[in-house]
Design a binder for this molecule. Structure first.
Ligand SMILES: Cc1cc2nc3c(=O)[nH]c(=O)nc-3n(C[C@H](O)[C@H](O)[C@H](O)COP(=O)(O)OP(=O)(O)OC[C@H]3O[C@@H](n4cnc5c(N)ncnc54)[C@H](O)[C@@H]3O)c2cc1C
Length: 475
């Protein structure tokens, strides 16, 4: 074990409880191969942080299971000894989900990334959890099928199930849990269970599979996912249209939905972010609130959909409406939206960023977006807004100086105002990113007495509280 030497070398003092952890780490090699166990400083450090969140502890060890048998052996071992386990896959979650708060084991699932079986005739694929959704789509494309949930980052299926991810296409295709037909899970006590079947629907038993969707790794380790697929659309059209205000833009979207248009994607990007995208891509789009649209269907249908959307946009005072069915032009039309995250980062060099989401009833969106922006502006921050407006979900990307304690406090306060506004409007503190660590303090207000039953469920699955402790539910 080179751990102590590496620590000294790095000159970093971390309270690890060295004696006890070293004893159990040595025991891991009785059931795992040496290359599945890492205590190297670089690997531990990498597993102590999440995307846009770095306030965790170093894990004692990082383990790389390669099969369900490995996972079961690890969890049985952890359960017996009461060792905390933090599962992690691509690590693109945004609210501190994968940060080990109590050290212990960081369970890196990324070696379990195979397709187990593919059943195009049943529109079904069975995969290991760490395969990413673009990899699933590469695999199924030639059969004319795809998995339509697109959260942007190249996330794993297991991570997406565990956060119930959605993203730009939720308005048409729904969320990850809508596509989960069955799961294989190693419970926190080390038992292997299957929930769901290969049937398309079922009224049998309690719906445990839904419980694991969005559980953020707190109820067990998902080792296999049976996913429903859908047919690739024959054709698509894309459009981009600017508006003077967020209110005009969101009212336009409400009219589109009321007109029954089959919108596949519908995204709002604020003026600040369009300015960032122009600087990043060398483009010259109007620096106004912009709606990006996509329609799926047959060739004539998607052209007609775009025409109708243009008419409706004009009634809402829109600027120039651009649309196309050509794949390359579609890509260009959406370029600003696709690059917005990195464009905003580039516009704020040297600053840290934090990304968070809330979801509100669609009609309340203009009001809550304005309130949120004004809270951050009053606190002295630049914030970029990207919204999946079709379903009332919006994201804020905020830039701040992490070394400025007062700024961090003001940031917290502005975030609090946004979440309170979302809850008061009948919404939720997170529509797709999940609770992780940052949203824990809103669970009581959002769920009331239901939170008590959620805690009973957690206790029933995980009596020793070893699975991703300190996440999802306040302890
Ligand atoms: C630029 C950017 C844009 C994003 N946009 C969106 C968006 O539009 N919509 C959206 O929904 N999300 C979005 N996200 C967030 C993120 O991509 C999703 O939360 C995604 O589902 C996380 O998947 P992952 O593989 O990275 O999981 P990780 O971050 O590694 O883990 C996520 C959670 O799942 C648990 N977990 C992982 N694997 C397992 C397993 N096998 N069994 C049990 N628990 C497990 C972890 O403990 C953790 O709690 C975005 C992130 C970034 C960086």
């Amino acid at each position: 074990m080179n751990w102590a030497k590496e620590k000294l070398f790095q000159g970093i003092l971390i309270d690890l409880g060295m004696t006890s952890s070293k004893t159990w780490i040595d025991e891991l090699s009785t059931f795992l191969q040496p290359e599945q166990i890492s205590t190297s400083y670089a690997v531990l450090e990498q597993h102590s942080r999440g995307e846009s969140f770095d306030e965790g502890k170093m894990p004692d060890v990082v383990l790389f299971p390669e099969s369900t048998t490995d996972v079961q052996a690890i969890i049985r071992f952890a359960y017996e000894k009461g060792i905390p386990v933090t599962p992690v896959a691509v690590n693109s979650s945004l609210e501190g989900h994968t940060v080990p708060l109590k050290a212990g084991i960081s369970l890196d699932m990324m070696r379990m990334n195979r397709v187990k079986s593919f059943h195009p005739e049943d529109l079904l694929i069975v995969v290991e959890p760490a395969i990413t959704y673009p990899e699933v789509n590469d695999y199924t494309r030639r059969s004319g099928l795809f998995f339509p949930i697109d959260p942007g980052a190249h996330a794993s299926i297991g991570g997406m199930v565990s956060t119930n991810a959605s993203g730009t296409m939720a308005v048409r295709y729904g969320v990850t849990s809508d596509y989960v037909i069955a799961l294989e899970v190693v419970t926190p006590t080390g038992e292997l269970i299957r929930t769901g079947s290969q049937a398309r629907k079922s009224s049998s038993g309690y719906n445990l599979k839904r419980l694991f969707c969005g559980a953020e790794g707190t109820l067990g380790i998902i080792t296999e996912v049976s996913l429903k697929l859908v047919g690739l659309p024959e054709s698509a059209s894309a459009a981009r249209v600017p508006f003077k205000t967020i209110k005009d833009a969101t009212e336009f979207v409400t009219s589109l939905i009321q007109a029954g248009l089959p919108i596949a994607r519908c995204e709002l990007v604020d003026a600040y972010s369009i300015r960032a995208a122009n600087a990043y891509n060398g483009t010259n789009y109007p620096e106004e609130v912009t709606i990006f649209l996509e329609f799926h269907g047959n060739e004539q249908g998607v052209i007609a959909d775009a025409h109708l959307a243009k008419d409706i946009a004009q009634h809402h005072g829109a600027g120039a409406f651009e649309s196309s069915t050509d794949p390359r032009e579609r890509q260009m039309i959406w370029q600003a939206r696709h690059t917005v995250y990195y464009a905003c980062l580039a516009l704020n060099p040297g600053l840290s960023s934090i990304s968070t989401d809330v979801t509100v009833p669609i009609s309340k969106m203009p009001e809550v977006v304005e309130l949120s922006l004004s809270a951050y502006r009053r606190a002295g921050f630049k914030a970029s807004i990207v919204g999946h407006v079709g379903d009332g979900n919006f994201h804020l990307l905020i830039f701040y100086d992490a070394s400025d304690k007062a700024a961090v406090e003001r940031l917290e306060q502005a975030g609090h105002e946004m979440i309170v506004a979302a809850l008061n409007s009948g919404g939720t503190c997170t529509g797709e990113h999940g609770v992780g660590i940052r949203k824990l303090k809103y669970m009581e207000e959002e769920h009331g007495l239901s939170l008590h039953y959620m805690k009973l469920i957690k206790q029933a699955f995980d009596p020793k509280g070893i699975m991703n402790p300190g996440k999802k539910l306040p302890e």
